[in-house]
Design a protein. Sequence first.
Length: 445
Amino acid sequence: MRLSRYFLPVLKENPAEAQIVSHRLMLRAGMIKQAAAGIYSWLPLGFKVLRKIENIVHEEQARAGHIPIQMPILQSADLWRESGRYEAYGEEMLRMKDRHGRDMLYTPTAEELVTDIFRAHVGSYKDLPLTLYQIQWKFRDEIRPRFGVMRGREFYMKDGYNFDLTQEDALHAYNRHLVSYLRTYERMGLQAIPMRADSGPIGGDDTHEFLVLAETGESEVFYDSQITDLKFGDREIDYDDRAACQAVLEEFTSRYARTDETHDEAKFSEVPEERRRTARGIEVGQIFYFGTKYSDAMGATVTDDSGNQVPVHMGSHGIGVSRLLGAIIEASHDDKGIIWPEGVTPFHCGIVNLKQGDEEADGACQALYDSLTALGLDPLYDDRNERAGAKFATMDLIGLPWRITVGPRGLKNGVVELTSRRTGESEELPPEEAVKRVAAIYAGR
Ligand code: ATP
Ligand code: MG
């Protein structure tokens, strides 16, 4: 993309309404525009990152064997009356009537709808296990929407639902989700720590939240510092292998890590003092096992191998896809702007032309652009007639991890400059070498 032809409405001034750095940077980098309290339009740069995050979620769900579907945003209240949640959900549920006076609602989550699909089409244990998921807009009429996309009223969420014959099978599904979530967040350059949590209105016994440590997080968290040394990395895992999934769960959840809702001071004090940490965290996901709560209420049963009708065991599993943009920025920025991890960056690298209109510089930039594009990479070429300082400031603000700077002086010596946004380190090298380096960084991503 050439910047002169793109739509990147960056702001020079700090927007007064933004209280935290991610909100401020998303507005300044022209990623989002508020449409109403807690409701945003996604501008090209923000939309691109949202899609990247969404794609990683889809790829990791596919790897775990989960099946994508799409359910509607507007739902009838009838199913929610069956489960008893229409009354119980409270004011966070946005309710409305259609022209016939029927009660409708904007989906805050979709346990009822997916259970209805299940009971209509699945009747036998032979069709299990089954995990269906969607990535869809949700609405919760939060009393205090704030921090931009971190606590919106409308937000984009992955919600997945497992259906299993037995509790043991459903607990495997729970473990499988935990493993796949670890992989998902790491691919986005994030460390998200599973912490024992409270079940809230979804209800259930087993639940973990995934928290990204950040000063601006809304949850207070308590943990054993050893947990931050754990990495899932690129280990291969067979998601059908119960023992392997269980082992990962144990590895990542056996050390003390809890939010304030479940914090237990006595247990915490068993952690050696020098490893005890109190911090703040952003919840980027949650997994639940809730047994037969919905299948009992809504009659979702299957026949087992002796011909008995039994309720299915279920769980639900969410990832805050739109919140993740804020969480990633909170975890990765400096005073100049965002620093995107390679896994989610909107463009793979920037090309800055220091002397627009200079034949040689223009030609070299175009050649770089063409070579990178031919390799399947997506560069952003700042071809505007702007001062070098302004171009650098824009690149730093929008946070592309790599920048290639092209100027007449370097070209005389046959070199361009490759700069890492994260370390600020630059290296001079011939243009073909810069292309190779960038391609190598993104190989396999
Ligand atoms: P919270 O405690 O932050 O209100 P929750 O526990 O009610 O969230 P879940 O039902 O677990 O949320 O939803 C799954 C994920 O969706 C959360 O882990 C979070 O990342 C995201 N999410 C929830 N509410 C919002 C919101 N208002 N804005 C943006 N993302 C949200
Ligand atoms: Mg939650």
